[in-house]
Design a protein around this ligand. Sequence first.
Ligand SMILES: NC(=O)c1ccc[n+]([C@@H]2O[C@H](COP(=O)([O-])OP(=O)(O)OC[C@H]3O[C@@H](n4cnc5c(N)ncnc54)[C@H](O)[C@@H]3O)[C@@H](O)[C@H]2O)c1
Length: 252
Amino acid sequence: MNQDLLGRVALVTGAGAGIGRETALQMAGRGAIVCVNDLKDELVAPVVETIRSQGGQAFGVTQNIASREGIRDAIQRSFQHGKRFDILVNNAAWVRYQAIPEILPETIDRMLDVGFKSVIWSLQEAVAVMDPDRGGSIINVASVAALRSAASSVVYSGIKAGILGITRAAAAELGARHIRVNAVCPSAIPTEGTQRNRNAERDANRIARTPLGRLGTVEDIARTICFLASDESGFITAQALTVDGGLTVTNI
Ligand SMILES: NC(=O)c1ccc[n+]([C@@H]2O[C@H](COP(=O)([O-])OP(=O)(O)OC[C@H]3O[C@@H](n4cnc5c(N)ncnc54)[C@H](O)[C@@H]3O)[C@@H](O)[C@H]2O)c1
């Protein structure tokens, strides 16, 4: 595999499953030293083991990144382990879809803590440890829900649209430190997290509306994140890259 991330230290939040796990595996395959974060050792350890068994470098950072202290600890441990900090993938999310009359305060709070506030605190912490000359790359995992509307997704769409605003504002503020900040907007991707919201009929409907005629995969999204992490995208910042097989742009 291409070794374009050789020696770079990368933290992937929520890397115990789905898009985050595949991103961690691909980054390690491309030479990065990957800090695998998730909530529990049972989620973190198998990913670290897989990377090591494939000859890559990884270590686990079991931590709840939903608080300022949690994301700070995850980034500081990554920095201490690798003696540098180059790539941050804000991927972790806790998601519930609720129709407007059913939205609960605790749902909003938890979704905001994991998927929005942690991204802001992560910027603060990443800036403190990224080398000002070498810079770094921050990739925020947003969603096509930031661009288009889905059922019962007022909270989710609001948070993901906010992530795009954070991405642009942070890119403007951090460019002088050579830190690039971009986002990816995946369409529906089969993962552990989306399993209970999917069924054959819904998938068939999505595929029928997608010009490329299939659902996206975790591999599709991880490859895009790796591209945004690498020097191949060295003059790209403040962008949201939609990875959806054409779904959101062609079906009007
Ligand atoms: N899968 C999709 O269809 C899809 C589409 C668009 C965007 N996304 C976004 O992609 C990202 C990953 O989605 P996924 O489907 O792979 O999710 P997933 O649920 O399969 O995996 C997410 C991981 O994050 C971990 N996590 C949750 N809260 C955490 C916390 N506080 N601290 C640390 N880890 C935590 C979970 O334990 C889990 O292992 C999310 O930001 C999601 O919104 C997913």
